[in-house]
Design a protein around this ligand. Structure first.
Ligand code: SF4
Length: 142
């Protein structure tokens, strides 16, 4: 089987990225943010909330997964003039925009690039770094 790092991609030369914390990916169209037990524990500790209060206020479940609830306008419930939980944000948020769904086709990447002002700025992520982030991102099945 071909190793992923031996294949050629449109990002072979790497991609520059630095999050501007503009919130464009945390607001707008509805989305799904998955959280695992460790992430829930980290966020509740950061917010100083009990697990049950956090569950009532911020979580819902779907297909045996725990998700962060959204506000009615599609905004992440933690986005209020910036991300309230940025230091402990879930892996799914941490690995954006380097998701399989975004990188599987160059045309899709161009769409994401138009939505995220951080792409094309900041430090250069090498191909191998991007593949490593991809392997840790949550959406490989998308
Ligand atoms: S859209 Fe891009 S720059 Fe803006 S918060 Fe999301 S990742 Fe950061």
């Amino acid at each position: 089987m071909n190793r992923l790092d031996q294949r050629s991609y449109f990002f072979d030369a790497g991609i520059r990225f630095a999050c501007r914390r503009c919130g464009a990916c945390c607001t707008g169209d509805p989305g799904v943010v998955r959280v695992n037990e460790q992430e829930i524990a980290d966020i509740t500790a950061f917010l100083g909330m009990s697990a049950s209060a956090f569950d009532d206020a911020f979580l819902c479940s779907w297909n045996n997964e725990q998700l962060i609830r959204e506000a009615d306008d599609g905004r992440c419930r933690f986005f209020e003039d910036g991300c309230r939980i940025y230091p402990v944000r879930p892996n799914q948020c941490r690995t954006f925009p380097f998701w399989f769904a975004n990188l599987r086709a160059e045309a899709r990447w161009h769409d994401i690039r138009n939505q995220c002002p951080g792409i094309g700025t900041g430090r250069l992520y090498t191909k191998n770094e991007i593949l490593d982030i991809l392997s840790r991102s949550c959406d490989r099945s998308l």
